[in-house]
Design a protein around this ligand. Sequence first.
Ligand code: PHE
Ligand code: FE
Length: 296
Amino acid sequence: MNAKPARLENLHTDKGKVPVYATGIVAQPWDDYRDEDHAVWKALYQRQRDLLVGRAADEFLQAQDAMGMSPDQIPRFEDLNAVLEAATGWTIVGVEGLLPELDFFDHLANRRFPVSWWIRRPDQLDYIEEPDLFHDLFGHVPLLMIPAFADYMEAYGKGGVKAHGIGADALQHLTRLYWYTVEFGLIRQHDGLRIYGSGIVSSKGESIHCLDSAAPNRIGFDLERIMRTRYRIDSYQKTYFVIDSFEQLMDATRPDFTPIYARLAQQDSIPAGNVLETDAVFNRGTGEGWPTDGDV
Ligand code: PHE
Ligand code: FE
């Protein structure tokens, strides 16, 4: 017999049924994952790992292995937490999905990373609009094993609380930094450019595009330049920014951003695909296939 409680049949559509505790945290309903859910994890895990060897930062791949992530089944948050907490003091907490900004910042500021407990359907392997378990766990969590990046994310959370108090412009500038580093960042390794951004590593198409395509710009990290740059949410990025190390990221973002926000408030934003004279250019994009509008 294969009778499943109704709630399990509705796992993807009935997200509201998982008990919610405090600040949006939910227990991972691990026993409720179906074979289909584990199969989605496995398909995505294997596909991305094969692709990412030689493309993702070595530290990222090593961290995934060190955490004990494997294609076999969806990991249990508590198993990952045992390793993660010992390594850098971070823990992951289950959530239904995107959180209000301030809640998200508060979690990060306290070294908690919110992870969507549900995974996409088999017909959504290539693209999903909302962050699901695969994006969050496979893409974000391994980076939290890297001490410098772990510190960066906590500092970002604290910076987010501060920016929220300053106003919408400050928040927008800070969000662009998150986008172009945490989600879509590239890093220069001894043997060439590699991926660390979570939005890239969880996407087959963008994992190839960001490194192999001549279309996008690849430009050296520059804090204020990034904070002025608009971005894409419905297509591959037109521009990727390259860091030299996670320590560089931490050092560049250590200063108080308050005067930076004040300065940026006087400046125009930069379209997602523009190259400036002051840019350190690794690749000047051909712009092939770029949508003409729609920068956020
Ligand atoms: N130093 C930043 C500030 O004062 C905080 C921050 C750190 C923001 C790291 C982003 C990343 O706001
Ligand atoms: Fe993300």
